[in-house]
Design a protein around this ligand. Structure first.
Ligand code: FE2
Ligand code: FE2
Length: 179
């Protein structure tokens, strides 16, 4: 039997919409998904590795920085560590929505991260390392957003939100740099 076409008032073909939605095993990904799903998952996994390294770097800085006058800096490191963890969680969730597999493998984490870990003992060296890492994150999110274009609005929206927080982080670190 021929599929009935039921055009809606605003021109959508509800038959085609239902057909594109039919494969329930694909969860959130319909036939109309426009981006290269594997490439997007790969990109999101690179970002996940970057965020996880950023969590570890900020945590290490938070626990090792000392000195009476460094309290506000310590608090800033902790806040950033928590926000990087939120980014990692959001990225992992999006990877699963796209039917990908989030890579948390610690053996390859640093090699897959865009930003670097840091073992400085001096607080100003920590701040500088964080500023560099934040600027690396901003630039890599900018490139990911450009690569996705309008093909996956949900992922693009997520990355724009994360990038805005990285920009705040970079600004925070610059404010803490000794002039
Ligand atoms: Fe982040
Ligand atoms: Fe950040």
């Amino acid at each position: 039997m021929e599929q009935t076409k039921t055009p809606l008032a605003h021109g959508f073909d509800i038959g085609a919409i239902r057909k594109a939605a039919a494969n329930l095993d694909e969860g959130a990904v319909t036939d109309g998904y426009q981006a290269d799903r594997d490439a997007v998952v790969q990109m999101l996994n690179d970002a996940l590795a970057t965020e996880l390294v950023c969590v570890l770097r900020y945590k290490r800085h938070y626990y090792t920085v000392s000195g009476l006058s460094n309290g506000p800096i310590k608090a800033e490191f902790l806040e950033h560590a928590q926000q990087e963890q939120e980014h990692a969680d959001a990225l992992a969730e999006r990877i699963v929505q796209l039917n990908g597999s989030p890579n948390f493998n610690p053996a390859t984490l640093v090699a897959r991260s865009h930003a670097e870990y840091d073992e400085s003992d001096d607080v100003q060296a920590m701040i500088r390392a964080n500023l560099i890492a934040e600027r690396v994150a901003i630039e890599s999110y900018r490139q990911m957003i450009a690569a996705i274009g309008d093909k996956d609005p949900t992922t693009k929206h997520l990355l724009i939100g994360i990038m805005a927080v990285e920009e705040e982080h970079a600004d925070d670190m610059r404010d803490l740099l000794a002039k």
